[in-house]
Design a protein around this ligand. Sequence first.
Ligand code: ADP
Ligand code: MG
Length: 628
Amino acid sequence: MSEVEMSVEKHVFEADVAKLLHLMVHSVYSDKNVFLRELISNAADACEKLRYEAIVSPELLGSDPQPRITLTLDEEKARLIVEDNGIGMGRDELVESLGTIARSGTRAFMERIEAVQGKDGAQLIGQFGVGFYSAFMVADNVDVVSRRAGSDKAWHWASDGKGSYTVSAVDIADAPARGTRITLHLMDDAKSYTSRWTVERIVKDQSGHVPVPISIVEKPGGEAAQVADGTALWTKQKSEISKEDYTDFYRGVAGQYDEPALTVHFRAEGRHDYTALAFVPGSKPFDLFDPDRKGRMKLYVKRVFITDEAELLPRYLRFARGLVDTADLPLNVSREMIQESPLLASIRKGLTNRVLTSIEKLAESDPEAFAKVWENFGSVIKEGIYEDFERRTQLLALSRFRTTASADNPRALSDYVKDMKDGQSAIYYLTGDNLAQLQASPQLEGFRARGIEVLLLTDPVDSFWVTTAPDFEGKPFKSITQGAADLASIAKQGSEVTASEANPAVTEFVSFAKATLGEAVSDVRTSDRLTESAVCLVAPEHGPDRQLQKMLQGAGRIEDAAKPVLEVNPRHHLIAALAGCPAEDGAFREDAVKLLLDQARVLDGDRPEDPRGFAERLSRVFGRALKS
Ligand code: ADP
Ligand code: MG
């Protein structure tokens, strides 16, 4: 046995990889072409990484400074070879990069796949970039031979995609002088990937704007013909770029396969020079709310990729994809230098303004397209209302909300304010987990009866921004589940403003209820918030509203929640009857009051505090109803 053969190591794929591979191989996904985009994008990344390392170590480039990707077709042997002269991989990198799943995006993809079985799952492959492993959609065996720049060793990774792979050292004479050569042994139904015409078309469609030139060699030993020149799209004049060019580029940079909803391309000149090309995706990336998710805007310096971790946009625009290229930073800029650079602050500001104004313009020129953007990203943009103090008014004006008057089509606050009722001084809102539950809230009744519109806020972020945004056009935001409702001065629809006269029996009942409930509530009072329901819970005037309090409690952020206020509807027949109950019926009235509190809790989406006591009281009250 030769020394080289002895060093073959066999490895088993990490469980997630095995699952992903199984899916690739058995998928019925029709657009298998995406594998080529994935391999080319890896090759281009490898060339950019080398360019970056070569800034400090120019010797890595040796006598071959031009980056290049070459696709060699071999019809006879049914092979497609993708080769780059980029950074290459050493042994450990092969094992780490091609034997595990490091990317959170791929992990999210796997979770999705598990949730939606079968055909739909296969379609998801098209929406995601699933990287290197997509090679197994078209190949039953894959060989990767790689030599890291500057190393005198080369390595061979091989797999049939069925659970394991091998890694062995190879003679450097059998490896590229630098970089990676991936040989796909094509399956029977994938032989068309040795056709020049097919491959050229796919490359132009999918990878035409990769910043590395791409050539095709029609048969082993043949001449290389360039099919993409590696000019960066963003350096061209806008007038020279077609919509299709932008879409292709977006797909490459975003790893999505849809159309961008918005394209923002501009050159800033003056104190700082930079070019930005940013896209608002046409659909929601699956990891939008992943706390580890960073902005996905890439920073380039003179067309050399530097990092995608510079915060080029605020967090609340983290859905935007694209890049900024500048000549005003040194190539060997460190991460710390980037973060502290005044240029970065200037880019951030300029880019944020341009992205926001483009969204605003879209809202005016194409409300339907804007509605889609809002549906996808509104819940993220709203984070800006409390994170970006300077742009709070602008962001509030851009925001759209479902309301009691328009539950299907979210409305702008300016429209809400225009439609406010005489005597109404606040913008009312109700927060909760879902629209149906909100629409059924007893707290809304009095507002409905008066035709007062209420914002129905269902995003978790809503509870936070409403408490920090003091007003819009001079109108404060007011939770309808907090404090007194102040509705008496606004006329009910079709009637005059009437002062509600106090009924002594009800007043007595309210103090009885208060004494009975003791510590469970902070107060019991009559309410003009209610018209149909007998009771509801509201939060005291100061402190968080009901929903925010529940969220803070859920997150362990507060321990002692403020006790709610129980509001009773003096016009409700049940309250009137209970108020009229003779005082000797004390035990019954006590049961009734406690049941009313539990009823209010249930209406709020909570549970009775003491289920057993609740059941016993309910049985006693039922029993009494049956006796009489
Ligand atoms: P991603 O590109 O999103 O990281 P992939 O599955 O496409 O995920 O690739 C996994 C990793 O394998 C890459 O991050 C890279 O480290 C390595 N890799 C793949 N192809 C190459 C290549 N041609 N040259 C160097 N490294 C590569
Ligand atoms: Mg990749």
